[in-house]
Design a protein around this ligand. Structure first.
Ligand code: MLT
Length: 334
């Protein structure tokens, strides 16, 4: 039975393993609400961790940012006041700029691309770099799908349609510059403030994957979706490096194996759930618009303006070229 099937049915593992009284329970921060890919990754990790350790290690998920905003959980894990966190990669970039390569617009063009990059050599380099830069270790990769644009005002199909909308973005320079390349001055805002800002119409819209829009109940405060594919959302599971280093060699291997199993479960979850969740959002009244001309205008503007601006920050143009060529694409233009 796959990990995903096990955590979705939710019974097999619970019956198979009695967690010993002395089990160590770790706290796992989760930025999103229930029903999305972050929770799926977290549940799969806990199930696999219990299985790997014979129930000696377990974890408790704290959903909806109860343990702090996503960016704050990186600092908390780095200082050892938090054990694990599941968050969007764009909220790690401010602490480890090299992972910004995965936030550049139109670099990851499919779930296969996302999996190939994160689970291959480039992903391992990013893991090592993030330990060095941010004091946290990525032990699992969650996949949430493309960040689609939602807003409460009107259908958006072209860059012109976007003008005048007030769009919330994470506090992430690359995403801010991407919207600037489309002629907007977006509003950087912490994730935990986003629902209220949409509800109170402080901002008109935001972007996040279908799974996240569903988990955050954004359909209650947003009407229109544009099926943009500029950024595929990767949602890592991180552990405090201080905590990881304090574990025995065997325990470290068990944690890594559980992270790997959770990665696999997340991949299966996205493939099986995304279109169902998209349909559910439509049945709740959301309207989905396709970007005009296969989003050529969005893509041309963003790649021309944004990629070169961040070469230095991500460690050089060659870092991006390495990602592109590993995906079988041409290096970035000079
Ligand atoms: C954000 O927009 O800040 C993040 O993508 C939220 C998330 O992790 O779902």
């Amino acid at each position: 039975m796959s990990y995903m099937t096990r955590f979705l049915t939710g019974t097999a593992l619970t019956l198979a393993l009695a967690v010993p009284a002395a089990a160590k329970e770790y706290r796992i921060a989760v930025g999103d609400g229930a029903g999305g890919s972050q929770e799926a990754l977290g549940k799969a990790f806990v199930a696999a961790l219990e299985e790997q350790t014979g129930g000696e290690m377990t974890g408790k998920l704290f959903l909806n940012g109860q343990l702090g905003d996503e960016q704050d959980t990186v600092t908390a894990a780095a200082t050892g006041t938090l054990d694990f966190s599941i968050l969007a990669i764009n909220n790690i970039t401010p602490f480890s700029p090299s992972v910004g390569t995965l936030t550049l617009p139109y670099v990851i063009l499919s779930q296969d691309d996302a999996e190939k990059i994160t689970q291959g050599e480039v992903g391992q380099q990013m893991i090592d770099q993030t330990i060095e830069d941010a004091g946290v270790r990525i032990i699992g990769w969650g996949y949430s799908g493309f960040r689609v644009l939602s807003n409460s005002k009107r259908p958006v199909s072209t860059v012109a349609d976007l003008q005048g909308l007030v769009i919330r973005v994470p506090k992430n320079e690359i995403m801010i510059e991407t919207y600037k390349s489309w002629g907007l001055n977006p509003t950087p805002m912490a994730w935990g403030e986003t629902f209220a800002a949409l509800q109170q119409k402080v901002v008109d819209g935001q972007d996040n994957p279908y799974l996240t829009i569903y988990a955050m109940k954004f359909d209650e405060v947003q009407k229109y979706i544009t099926d943009l594919r500029y950024l595929f959302s990767i949602e890592p599971l991180i552990v405090s490096e201080a905590l990881f280093e304090s574990l025995s060699e065997d325990q470290q291997q068990q944690v890594l194996a559980a992270g790997k199993a959770a990665t696999q479960a997340s991949s299966e979850f996205l493939r099986s759930e995304e279109s169902k969740i998209r349909d559910e959002l439509v049945s709740r009244g959301m309207e989905i618009t396709q970007p005009a001309d296969d989003e050529k205008e969005f893509r041309d503007l963003a790649t021309a303006a944004v990629w070169p601006q961040f070469y230095d920050q991500i460690g050089g143009k060659e870092v991006l070229d390495n990602v592109l060529t590993s995906l079988g694409r041409e290096p970035a233009p000079q």
